[in-house]
Write a protein that binds this ligand. Structure first.
Ligand code: FNR
Length: 364
């Protein structure tokens, strides 16, 4: 039987060559002003045989950043840098979305303009360490956003989505996963607000849905995707009832007819979290009738199996796309995969970035 991973897929107006997605991957190799450079265009163009690329998390404003050398999507320079990337991918017949990012409390005043405190739903620290220009530092207690400030951030998302269109992206993915700002609003462990953004599940989901509405209104629901990680426990994320919380949020997203829902499977052992969902895509598939992308620890075999089981429509690969620019070809030929080198995930320069070999060169 034909490998489902290699089947073309119609995603809204886009005809994907196969059912493999390159997951969003922070590589910390942006240039001056957090603008993408030529090397970033080479890296993405090398991976244009993916059905869809979701480009790395990119900050929607200067205060949205939590890491050094990550790209942004709020300045003219950044839009111009990204245009080089999208042109390079489109020239190779690929499709590319941009992931829109606000880290919230997963930052540090040393990473913030004017050294202001990072922000979050509530004044609760993520309880971990974070890399700053002065080395590893404990996370600080963030500033709890006022309602006016929340509205300004939603406006930043809207503008960032518009900028992504100017930069030639085919659409955007709202990053509402992995312990960042939207996640901080959703979980009880990071949100103790008493206004309409805290308390009930509806209130905790409000920020994520308002961001989705703002982005969809700006660029169209058919260009808007979102990423959620319902079983993520990193940086102090926890919730007594993730099934109800994310069941509600995903049902609401479903009503909005957005292009896709991208779900991350558990990435940490959940032994001490019996209430967390083990098989995320399988659990939430019935809640969402649009395109469902699943990510997290997939091999070529398990990715094929999850599509055959009908738990998702597309499979995203992260680390395997870092080390195998031609992953679809390798899967089609059952060829060996290059192992990813974790030491160069976040270093500067071309090593471990644009020098992973293609199969055609290895076979010479
Ligand atoms: C990631 N991941 C990630 N997720 C996300 O939503 N935005 C991002 O920018 C990043 N950045 C990132 C960088 C690196 C180096 C890694 C390894 C991971 C998570 C990623 O998208 C994916 O969900 C995980 O890597 C799990 O998939 P794999 O690698 O098991 O296929």
């Amino acid at each position: 039987m034909e490998n489902e991973l290699l089947k073309p897929y119609q995603l809204g107006n886009l005809k994907l060559k196969n059912s493999l997605v390159m997951a969003p991957l922070t590589r910390r190799r942006a240039g001056a002003g957090n603008a993408p450079v030529e090397m970033n265009a080479i890296y993405y163009a090398q991976r244009a045989s993916a059905g869809l690329i979701i480009a790395e998390a990119s900050q929607i404003s200067p205060t949205a950043a939590g890491y050094m050398n990550t790209p942004g999507i709020y300045s003219a320079e950044q839009i111009a840098g990204w245009k080089k990337v999208t042109d390079a991918v489109h020239n190779k017949g690929g499709h590319i979305f941009l992931q829109l990012w606000h880290v919230g409390r997963v930052s540090h005043s040393l990473l913030q303009p004017g050294n202001i405190l990072p922000v979050s739903a509530s004044a609760i620290s993520g309880g971990d360490y974070i890399t700053t220009p002065r080395g590893k530092m404990p996370m600080e207690i963030p500033h709890a956003l006022t309602k006016e400030e929340i509205n300004l951030i939603i406006e930043d998302y809207r503008k960032a989505a518009a900028n992504a269109m100017l930069a030639g992206f085919d659409g955007v993915e709202i990053h509402a996963a992995n312990s960042y700002l939207a996640d901080q609003f959703m979980h009880t462990s990071s949100n103790v607000r008493t206004d309409e953004y805290g308390g009930s599940i509806e209130n905790r989901g409000r920020f994520t849905l308002e961001v989705t509405d703002a982005v969809s209104a700006e660029i169209g629901a058919n260009r808007t995707g979102i990423r959620l990680s319902p079983s993520n426990i990193r940086y102090g994320m926890d919730d007594p009832d993730p099934a109800s919380l994310f069941g509600y949020v995903i049902s609401e997203l479903n009503k909005r007819n957005i292009l896709f829902l991208h779900l991350v499977e558990p990435m940490q052992p959940l032994d001490n979290h019996p209430h967390m969902i083990r098989e995320v895509a399988k659990f939430f598939r019935p809640y969402f009738s649009g395109t469902l992308i699943t990510a997290g620890n997939y091999t070529p075999e398990s990715g094929k199996a999850v599509l055959e089981a009908g738990h998702a429509d597309l499979v995203a690969y992260g680390r395997l796309f870092i080390s195998n620019p031609d992953l679809p070809e390798r899967i089609s030929k059952n060829a060996p995969l290059n192992p990813p080198d974790t030491d160069t995930f976040y270093t500067q320069g071309p090593e471990g970035y644009i020098d992973y070999p293609f199969l055609k060169d290895q076979n010479k």
